[in-house]
Write a protein that binds this ligand. Sequence first.
Ligand code: FES
Length: 536
Amino acid sequence: MGYSDDALDRPIVGIANTYSDYNPCHGNVPQLIEAAKRGVLLSGALPMVFPTISIHESFASPTSMYLRNLMAMETEEMIRAQPMDSVVLIGGCDKTLPAQIMAAASSEIPAVFLPTGPMAVGHHKGERLGACTDCRRFWGRYRAGEIDDAEIGEVNDRLASSVGTCTVMGTASTMANLTEAMGLSLPRSGSAPAVEAERVRLAEATGRLAARLASEGGPTVRELLTPDALRNGLVALQAMGGSTNAIVHLAAICGRLGAPLDMELLDALGRRVPLLVDLLPSGQHYMEQFHQAGGVPALLKAVRSELALGARTIDGRSIGEIVDAVVDEPGQTIIRTLEAPLKPIGTLAVLKGNLAPRGAVIKQSAASKPLMQHTGRAVVFEDVEDLARRIDCEELEVAADDVLVLRNAGPKGAPGMPEAGYLPIPRKLARQGVKDMVRISDARMSGTAFGTVVLHIAPEAADNGPLAIVRTGDRITLDVPGRTISLDIAEEEFAARMAALPPRPGPGPRGYARLYQEHVLQADEGADFDFLRDPS
Ligand code: FES
């Protein structure tokens, strides 16, 4: 390919290319690669771009989560297989950054991450629109008959107004911000908009940094992701109104490091660190405004007293030094203070109980206060297809104070743990104005969704977890302040139903489906493959 010996003798920086026509969230990747290459070359190293899998949330079947581990495996092996001294990993859409962090955590090559950045907001009749919390809001109004076909079409045209990731605090924004808070990417790279010049300058700076990592031989992701760095990530997660999906991804990343995610710490921080960031779906603004308010460094400054300030970051500074360098944005109201938070509680709570012996999670910041302690009659849907078939039937016996239950939508069940946990409000109740109900499942939920939704019940129904024995008409109690989720039936009846569960079906016939079914772990272990975890 015409490289001179002088070029090939330089430190080599690999740059993972996740551009795909199927992935609009990565539509700016070619521009970011050019800028990163420029940074590498200006620093005297040699950039080498190589392709990897790219996963888009909407176009991956059966689910993007099903493919996350495949992307992690492929990225890890290609980093290992090809000569490179450091690597720039450019990701953005929900599963890509987690897959890349998992890969780099299992690799010995120093890595720096470059999120693609959030898309611009759209506008409709004087309102701001952002994928995809506003998709759900408008779809709910359409289902309730409040807006017609023409208007939903107009909204559809304006929801995703540029390349880049969803512009609310969904999973992509959460993971990009977490990557920065844990010290794995440059300051402000979590939130800089996909289409702004700052994003491109960050790419160039990331290339320069990667050249330095290549010369100096580190630090690696494993060296940076200390318990202190993970604590900082959890603090940021609670304060930013982050996605529940981040818990699954962090559990998988921790598994790669040989230390389980500290769910008790996550829950304890949820009681101490309130919600500070006024972004959808927990608040009302978008990533653009979060960035203008100072982004992750400003958020970290706001929670400074909860941080491990000595945690080292990829650019050589400590988190404390990055916080010290923050210049306050005068008059901003997007990032609140610990003394005057947006909501007095943290974002995420960890639940346990006879329905979820290995845990479940709820995004309490996006839940309805009156439903946080609730007992109701279960209305059970056997799987995603059953849900789609019956949820809008006029004959469905359901009331606003019932508990909607979806099962067989966990890691093995669907398979691939779809974002089906945000069960729609049955149409006949939506027409009556019902906006929220308690919904529980072994599925995940998009970080852009909202409501009183219990997720990630482990073990899942398809692994013969207790969710499999719930029957329509049973009573279920959710107690978020008490951190419990329980099926209110007699112990003997509970045991008899568990004993009567049929044996689980075997793995898929061939290929990745077989590998996946044989090796995928439950949500509390990040739904990673058992053989990819750190064996130590
Ligand atoms: Fe890619 Fe939302 S669809 S980030």
